[in-house]
Design a protein around this ligand. Structure first.
Ligand code: NAD
Length: 313
């Protein structure tokens, strides 16, 4: 006779996880550790292999990953990627059983979220937008903050399904509401990262000891979350991307994407976002000059080079 724990294991839902990158890889690992069977898919074989090493069963296609899934999670770069993955003829919406819940944790912006909810309703599946904050550190430690946008009827089930991955799971409202919270949050974060880079480049040019300055700043009015976690000066915070050759972390092009989502949202509702527009220009300039896949704090290198060139001219 089977024991209760064996019966529970037998009835554990099967998961499909789409997008096994810097965030999706550690997040899907928590579900493996919680005892779920996870079928994963990523177009990048290196990302897929890393996930396979964690116990993810790597599928050859989206349709294969989705075929047996009771729940689908996705963690993809942008709205265009998510829309394509979900709505392609051989994509997720067409491949899952009717009524399956799909939790998309990507940052896609308000307009894409609404389009995805509409397409899901037509396809007869349940779409939940569940963007996250907390960075790769939060993904690694399962301490992410989730911002849910969906039909209220599904809010409790969605929360339950995100519990193994985070420590604050908020239902914000209907379609687009989760992304609205995420866009506003990341406006603050991305502008902070940008100004942290500007301040660091200035401090370095002024000859400050940036380690000593860090100790001052975290006890002063300059203190902020990304300055502590993702300090742009190498050697100041041991775990920060800057201390590891600016390996992402949070890629510059993804931060620029988040700023563009805020700028678009501001335009839609007539809100002035001058600092976000400037931060967007700087991050885009840095991405175009070779920094796109580096951590966003590598903007400090771009600014330092410019300062050097300006002084030499
Ligand atoms: P990433 O580039 O490391 O990972 C994205 C993965 O998706 C990649 O492995 C890529 O190969 C895969 N992918 C792209 N198109 C695909 C497709 N059609 N089918 C299957 N896989 C596909 O990016 P990330 O840092 O993991 O970010 C993912 C999302 O999370 C983004 O929306 C980002 O804005 C958001 N986010 C990132 C952070 C962070 O700190 N990195 C924090 C919060 C939110």
């Amino acid at each position: 006779m089977s024991t209760t724990s064996q019966r529970r294991r037998v009835s554990m839902p099967t998961i499909a996880w789409i997008g096994l990158g810097l965030m999706g890889n550690p997040m899907s690992k928590h579900l493996i550790n919680a005892g779920f069977s996870v079928n994963g898919f990523d177009i990048d074989p290196v990302a897929a292999k890393r996930a396979e090493d964690n116990g993810v069963k790597v599928a050859a296609s989206l349709a294969e990953a989705a075929a047996d899934a009771d729940i689908v999670y996705s963690m993809l770069p942008s709205g265009t990627d998510v829309y394509q993955v979900m709505t392609a003829p051989d994509g997720i919406f067409a491949s899952v059983r009717p009524g399956t819940m799909i939790l998309d944790c990507s940052t896609v912006g308000i307009a894409y979220a609404k389009k995805l909810h509409e397409a899901a309703a037509k396809a007869g599946v349940v779409f939940v937008e569940a963007p996250v904050s907390g960075g790769t550190e939060g993904a690694r430690d399962a301490t992410l903050t989730f911002m849910i946008g969906c039909d209220k009827h599904y809010a409790d089930l969605a929360k339950e399904r995100l519990e193994p991955l985070g420590d604050y799971i908020a239902y914000v409202g209907g379609p687009g509401a989760g992304q609205a919270a995420k866009v506003v949050n990341n406006l603050i974060m991305a502008v902070s990262v940008t100004v942290n880079c500007e301040a660091t480049a200035l401090g370095q040019r002024l000859g400050l000891d940036m380690k000593e300055f860090f100790e001052i700043a975290i006890r002063s009015s300059a203190d902020n979350w990304s300055f502590r976690l993702w300090n742009p000066a190498p050697g100041v915070v041991a775990e920060a991307p800057s201390s590891h050759g600016y390996k992402a972390g949070f890629k510059t092009w993804l931060l620029a994407k988040d700023l563009s989502l805020a700028v678009e949202a501001g335009r839609d509702v007539g809100a002035r976002l001058d600092t976000a527009e400037t931060a967007y220009l700087l991050m885009t300039e840095h991405a175009k000059s070779g920094g796109a896949d580096m951590d966003a704090t590598s903007l400090v290198l771009h600014l330092a080079e410019q300062a050097k060139a300006a002084k030499a001219a």
